[in-house]
Design a protein around this ligand. Structure first.
Ligand SMILES: Nc1ncnc2c1ncn2[C@@H]1O[C@H](COP(=O)(O)OP(=O)(O)OP(=O)(O)O)[C@@H](O)[C@H]1O
Ligand SMILES: [Mg+2]
Length: 305
């Protein structure tokens, strides 16, 4: 038995125009964790989440939630899942409590959940104010309240901080962390902003052009990124350079006409250079090399600015 709250197996999807949008996606969302589903615009995040929730018709692959096949246990799974995908369904002419009352009937949960949930998302004091007068951050919190009303054990959110100002982003992030910590809620949340996921998630999946490039804990991601990056020295004598680097205790490898060592600080790069020159090895070029993962990181990061 796995401790995955949600997993997809070989999820593959193509839209009518024929292009493959998702290719063999195997998400593993650990129970009790916060899974950050990270990828640049058009990577396939929304498509994946919609497939998971049955909002798009599944073409190939398997989806298991709470250990059950989604296709066969759809209603039971949805009853235990809170979702926020695309624009929130909020009635502008109703107050926060009135909005929740509409959903309460649908979910068939007790009246007391309305007050509890409003308090949880920090909207208890909004009284007779209509939702149309809410700030964007308040609207987003009301949408989250709708998603939380029936006390789900899994929350699936598609870019819940999109369009919010820095203050609103922090509010939502802190709320999600609290829900995870205090109520054990498993959260699957998508974002195109790496720094946002770093501050929130325990696990990360990185998707790009429909492929899952990385999946693991946040610590594993940082380690892998460090491992895959390094400093490249192009010199007149690569084997000689390797010997010198290894004498200083650095692991070095030859790649083409370059020698790669792990990332070290600038002062150490300068010392290594001096050692090479001292040993009469000509140094033509020194540069930082980035892994593929880092390229994705940069793409993702550059969307922030
Ligand atoms: N209904 C559709 N028909 C055809 N192609 C689509 C459709 N919806 C999405 N796509 C394409 O599928 C790819 C993935 O889109 P998706 O919306 O899942 O990406 P995303 O990661 O959510 O991006 P964003 O960060 O912009 O929300 C994109 O290339 C998009 O153009
Ligand atoms: Mg999207």
């Amino acid at each position: 038995m796995t401790d995955n709250c949600l997993e997809t197996i070989d999820l593959t999807h193509r839209f009518a125009d024929g292009a493959v949008v998702l290719d063999d996606i195997g998400l593993r969302v650990a129970a009790g964790g916060i899974y950050g589903f990270l990828g640049p615009n058009g990577a396939g995040k929304t498509t994946t989440l919609k497939l998971i929730l049955g909002l798009l018709r599944k073409q190939r692959g398997e989806i298991r939630v709470f250990g059950r096949d989604f296709a066969r246990h759809r209603l039971e799974i949805l009853r235990r899942t809170g979702t926020l995908i695309e624009s929130p369904s909020i009635y502008g002419h109703l107050t926060a409590a009135e909005n929740l009352r509409v959903w309460r009937k649908l979910y068939d949960c007790p009246e007391k959940r309305i007050g509890e949930t409003l308090a949880l998302v920090g909207l208890a004091g909004t009284g007779s104010k209509r939702a149309s007068r809410f700030s964007l951050g308040m609207k987003q919190r009301l949408s989250l309240a709708v998603a939380l009303l029936h006390e789900p054990s899994l929350l699936i959110l598609d870019e819940p901080t999109n369009g919010l100002d820095p203050h609103g982003i922090i509010e939502i992030r802190e709320l999600l962390k609290t829900l995870n910590r205090e109520r054990g809620l498993t959260i699957l949340v998508s974002s195109h902003i790496l720094s946002e996921i770093e501050k929130l998630a325990t696990h990360v999946g990185i998707i790009d052009r429909g492929r899952l490039l990385f999946q693991g804990t946040l610590e594993e991601l940082v380690k892998r990124q460090e491992r895959a990056s390094g400093i490249a020295f192009r010199t007149s004598d690569p084997p000689g350079a390797v010997a010198i680097f290894e004498q200083t205790g650095l692991a070095a490898r030859i790649e083409g006409d370059r020698v790669i060592v792990p990332l070290v600080e600038n002062a150490r790069v300068a010392r290594l250079n001096a050692e090479l020159v001292g040993a009469r090895i000509d140094v033509y070029e020194i540069e930082t090399v980035k892994s593929d993962l880092e390229r994705i990181f940069f793409e993702v990061l550059s969307l922030e600015s």
